[in-house]
Design a protein around this ligand. Structure first.
Ligand code: URA
Length: 306
């Protein structure tokens, strides 16, 4: 008996399952088993090591001995002697390109060198648009660089774009963005007198958290963006931005409301940690804490003559 062919409802729920699990980006026509691929070189190395340990083929030793030559050195490279191992071909990842596979430290080093060369925010955005050492750029639809006024005295920094931001190409466009706009409006701010960016400028697929490696790779760019915008006050929205920029390992419920010194490279400014609007959408009672932080922000701006 042949199993029934799946109907369209089965296929749709199969697709829904994948999207809910975060598999929402198609990179290639055919699936790849990356676990098997990364295991292949190790398997080949083990096979080669095993062949080195094996005694040399008898006939070879006899021939050498008959010629009076020395038997082959056991530690000499034996690539030509060893039976050819059938090594499964490692397919070059076609979509990521060479530099996206760079080792973590190398990618962050590339980023640091490149970011330092940007003399303006426009140049920095253009460099980021060509930067290939962060694989997120290949799954994202758009680079999400900034919104608002780069001349503003206050800059808000979030974590990473979500689906709405990825579609539009600007930070904080979805529900958390609407809440952020309302919070800003409550203290007389909007996107004409505030500048907004993210630590990671590409959407992590399926809205997962950025990995430590992705954060390390993107950090030099947001640091340069802050240095070039040169605000008086930086507001970190949520724990990821706070930990990345304030140099604290504390969770956001501990660090929120605190002012940290932040060195832009030109001067020292003040960094305020507060709760992320996405968290406040899930925990509306905590808005009272964010309200305290935003009032402190307003007071600091007034002190400085905003
Ligand atoms: N969350 C963020 O941290 N940044 C955005 O741009 C949107 C949602």
């Amino acid at each position: 008996m042949t199993p029934d062919a799946p109907d369209s409802r089965d296929l749709l729920s199969f697709l829904d399952f994948h999207v809910a699990a975060g598999v929402d980006a198609v990179l290639d026509e055919t699936p790849h088993d990356r676990f098997a691929e990364s295991e292949a070189p190790r398997r080949a190395a083990r096979a080669e090591a095993a062949s080195l340990d094996a005694p040399p083929p008898r006939a070879e030793t006899e021939t050498e001995t008959a010629r009076g030559g020395p038997p082959p050195r056991q530690d000499a490279p034996r690539h030509q002697d060893a039976p050819r191992q059938e090594v499964p071909r490692q397919e070059a990842p076609s979509t990521y390109g060479r530099s996206a596979a760079a080792a973590p430290g190398e990618a962050a080093g590339d980023a640091r060198e490149l970011a330092a060369t940007a003399a303006s925010l426009e140049e920095l955005e253009a460099l980021l648009a060509r930067f290939e050492s962060c694989a997120l750029r290949f799954t994202a639809k758009n680079l999400v660089f900034a919104d608002g006024n780069p001349q503003a005295r206050v800059m808000f920094v979030g974590e990473a774009p979500g689906a709405d931001e990825d579609r539009v190409g600007k930070p904080f466009m979805g529900r958390s963005g609407q809440l952020l706009d309302r919070m800003m409006a409550a203290v007389g701010l909007d996107r004409t007198n505030a500048y907004v960016g993210n630590v990671v400028p590409w959407r992590p697929p399926g809205n997962r958290n950025p990995t430590p490696q992705e954060l390390a790779t993107c950090k030099p760019f947001i640091e340069r963006q802050i240095a070039l915008a040169d605000p008086d006050i930086l507001v970190c929205l949520g724990g990821v931005a706070t930990q990345a920029l304030a140099g604290t390992k504390d969770g956001i419920l501990k660090s929120r409301g605190r002012w940290f010194p932040y060195r832009t490279g030109r001067r020292e400014i003040r960094l305020l940690a507060t709760l992320h609007p996405a968290y406040l959408l899930r925990q509306p009672l905590q808005k009272r804490l964010a309200w305290r932080d935003f009032r402190a922000l307003r007071a600091a701006l007034d002190e400085g003559g905003a």
